[in-house]
Design a protein around this ligand. Structure first.
Ligand SMILES: O=c1[nH]cnc2c1ncn2[C@H]1C[C@H](O)[C@@H](CO)O1
Ligand SMILES: [Zn+2]
Length: 365
């Protein structure tokens, strides 16, 4: 018999998240504690409940630029080694508690230098935190592995430095690179030399594209920069035409992305907040999933969207009637697109995910 697809069972099911920002996932109380400890005096509230609501409501702005303004407060407390380690440890614990077995968590090290920390020190403090969080989760009976993506910020000019930092730390848990920040006016080709460098170093990278800017941004990210995955990529749907008879026709960019199995790191709640999608019903997730794009389900920012990986799955299950076989497919999509070694991906898929979803779907019982 199949296990009922409830929110609690979704939480217990093993999941993979590829797009989760460290500075978008702080616990509200931690933010308050760290603001006090580090002398950050600009928090909108020192009550955890009020602060959580403030983030959710402020991020719910309909604009990516305004959504991004809320990060000044989280980044504001990520300026000491201890604060960064605590935040990373809690992120690993919170993801593990939500049933995530493999996570790629990203952040922009250049934003943690307000008090003079060095870039390498920031990466070391983060890695230390993830290791600590994973070992605390293990003590609680949960297994999680965390890979890190380092982000260059599109509006700044430090991507090359950050890419070199990622390459330097590739043997201690950094698995890839990304560019984040405002999309309009900052095309990924501004950093084209950095992407060329990363390819020469055999380093993986994803690019936030097709979120607040349209199809040209997706095309540039894929064809000019060589992105292996797309952060969001919702506007790819502009290249998918659904006829009156329900027939679906893909344009060249969409075809290429589907043919090459370029993963789409979809984050439904975040998309609703930034206006990348008007409503869940109009979100391109079900269309792209039905057309067998490599869609994955992600949080983007757990604090700003007040979500978890399992709650994002829950939204999609409720809106589009997905079953365990769909949850499994989206999870396997994420495992296949992870930036870890092939052997590790295979082990994750064969030894962890497939047996668990067989049991959930009631196969062989
Ligand atoms: O959805 C997003 N689009 C573009 N940039 C984003 C998004 N979510 C977070 N960021 C930015 C704000 C963070 O400070 C930065 C690094 O995690 O990435
Ligand atoms: Zn993001």
């Amino acid at each position: 018999m199949s296990t009922p697809l409830t929110s609690e069972n979704l939480r217990l099911a093993p999941k993979v998240v590829l797009h989760d920002h460290l500075d978008g996932g702080l616990r509200p109380q931690t933010l308050i504690d760290l603001a006090k400890e580090t002398g950050y005096d600009r928090l909108p509230s020192t009550d955890a409940g009020t602060l959580a609501t403030w983030f959710r409501e402020s991020a719910n702005s309909g604009s990516l630029e305004r959504y991004l303004e809320t990060f000044a407060h989280t980044v504001g407390v990520m300026q000491t080694r201890d604060a960064i380690t605590r935040i990373a440890a809690e992120a690993a614990e919170d993801l593990a508690a939500d049933g995530v077995v493999y996570a790629e968590v990203r952040y922009a090290p250049e934003q943690s230098q307000q008090k003079g920390l060095g870039l390498d020190e920031i990466v070391e403090a983060t890695q230390e935190g993830f290791a600590l969080g994973a070992s605390r989760a293990a003590a609680d009976g949960r297994t999680i592995r965390v890979g890190t993506l380092l982000c260059g910020m599109r509006q700044a000019d430090r991507s090359q430095e950050i890419a070199e930092l990622a390459v330097r730390h590739r043997d201690s848990g950094v698995v890839g690179f990304d560019i984040a920040g405002p999309e309009a006016g900052f095309p990924p080709t501004r950093q084209i030399d950095t992407f060329e460098y990363l390819r020469q170093e055999n380093m993986h990278f994803t690019i936030h594209a097709g979120e607040s800017f349209g199809l040209p941004s997706v095309w540039e990210a894929v064809q000019r920069c060589g992105a292996e995955r797309l952060g969001h990529g919702v506007r790819l749907a502009d290249d998918v035409t659904v006829g009156e008879d329900g027939s679906v026709k893909l344009g060249e960019v969409a075809s290429y992305v589907r043919d090459r199995r370029i993963a789409l790191e979809m984050c439904p709640s975040s998309n609703l907040q930034t206006g990348a999608a008007k409503s869940l019903e109009e979100h391109p997730f079900p269309l792209l999933a039905a057309e067998r794009f490599r869609v994955t389900v992600n949080t983007d920012n757990r604090l700003m969207s007040d979500c978890t990986v399992s709650s994002e799955f829950g939204l999609l299950v409720e809106a589009f009637g997905y079953g365990w076989e769909d949850v499994e497919r989206f999870t396997l999509n994420a495992a296949k697109a992870a930036f870890i070694d092939y052997e590790d991906r295979r082990a994750l898929i064969d030894d962890v995910l497939i047996p668990a979803y067989q049991a959930l779907a009631g196969d062989g019982s």
